[in-house]
Design a protein around this ligand. Structure first.
Ligand code: A4P
Ligand code: MG
Length: 195
């Protein structure tokens, strides 16, 4: 870790609607937190969500990971995209089906209008598939410029967002992947949050 670099809170939104969706989300969490400069502090439950936008496509699994890191946002985006590539993601059509999508929702209160990295994520405030898991992971969360996530989540249509109580993601706080972190599919897993 860079000596003296300021730790910032980063909120990642993960989504998958192709292949073994839970395994892809877990692989995304593992890829991010294997980096010792990204220390997870919380993860949401797993949500089954109806697709928003794009072509006809299968339902998603969505989740939110919260971490602290001294890395610049651009370096964090590179980590997200490397994890997406490792999952075999192909970019065929915008908002189309994907094995793994990892978006940066916020990086502290940093703002950016760069199309390559817009912060906060420009559509997070209107998306139940981001807001509902985020609220689960951090009930006191705020979206800079938009207010409390609890209020935003209450104001959007969350009809297409269903908690999958039988599915859970795991993370290690210390960057080391646990030998029990491997998941075999969209199969029930014991809860193991904040280990
Ligand atoms: N980019 C800009 N800002 C960011 C950011 N904060 N985080 C750029 C991540 N990427 C950011 O992304 C397109 C470009 O956005 C990248 O070049 C990146 O530099 P992408 O991942 O290649 O493509 P995408 O995900 O199809 O596009 P986009 O615009 O990020 O889509 P969204 O808004 O993320 O929507 N429905 C459900 N139920 N669940 C989902 O997870 N996801 C989407 C994708 C649509 N519908 C969904 C879901
Ligand atoms: Mg994306």
């Amino acid at each position: 870790m860079t000596a003296g670099a300021r730790q910032r809170q980063v909120v990642f939104a993960l989504g998958s609607n192709l292949g073994d969706r839970l395994a892809s989300l877990q692989a995304g969490v593992d890829a991010l937190t294997d980096d010792r400069q990204i220390r997870a502090t919380g993860v949401s439950g797993v949500y089954e969500t109806s697709p928003v936008g794009g072509p006809d496509q299968p339902d998603y699994l969505n989740a939110v990971l919260i971490a602290v890191s001294p890395l610049p946002a651009r370096a964090l985006l590179d980590r997200c995209q490397a994890a997406e590539r490792a999952s075999g993601r192909l970019r065929v059509v915008r908002w189309g089906p994907r094995t793994l999508d990892i978006d940066i929702i916020t990086c502290d209160a940093e703002t950016s209008s760069d199309p390559a990295l817009t912060l906060p994520h420009p559509r997070a405030h209107e998306r139940a598939f981001v807001l509902v898991p985020w609220l689960d992971a951090d009930p006191g969360a705020e979206l800079p410029g938009f207010g409390r996530v609890a209020d935003l989540a209450a104001s959007v249509d969350d009809g297409g967002v269903r908690r999958r109580g039988d599915l859970n993601l795991r993370f290690s706080r210390w960057g080391a992947r646990s030998s029990t972190a491997d998941v075999a599919g969209d199969t029930p897993e014991p809860a193991n949050r904040g280990r």
